[in-house]
Ligand binder design. Structure first.
Ligand SMILES: [Zn+2]
Length: 103
């Protein structure tokens, strides 16, 4: 049984808005390890007072368990937590469907 779902446009917005969190899925460009990260609104994604408090910004760094490659993610969001700009270095965003659970 294969359910067809409308695929999210990852190029436009790789952040999954799930209640209290934005969830991202990404993989290491060196070893293809996949990651899932729950970003807490107002905590990981903090108000950017430098811009009059009307935006949120995110700055995160991840290091996987398989290699020492650093993956850095930065983004700026509007008040509705939609990304205005974002950047990922050392890896790339993947869709939720492509995330592989480590068992
Ligand atoms: Zn890696």
């Amino acid at each position: 049984m294969f359910l067809k779902r409308r695929k999210k446009n990852m190029a436009k917005n790789p952040f999954y808005n799930k209640g209290e969190h934005l969830v991202i899925y990404f993989k290491c460009e060196k070893c293809n390890e996949t990651f899932r990260s729950h970003l807490r609104k107002y905590y990981d994604i903090a108000v950017d007072y430098g811009k009059g408090g009307s935006m949120y910004s995110l700055q995160k760094e991840y290091i996987g368990s398989k290699c020492h490659n650093r993956i850095q993610i930065t983004a700026v969001f509007n008040r509705a937590f939609k990304p205005l700009t974002y950047e990922i270095t050392g890896g790339s965003f993947i869709a939720e469907e492509d995330f592989e659970e480590k068992s």
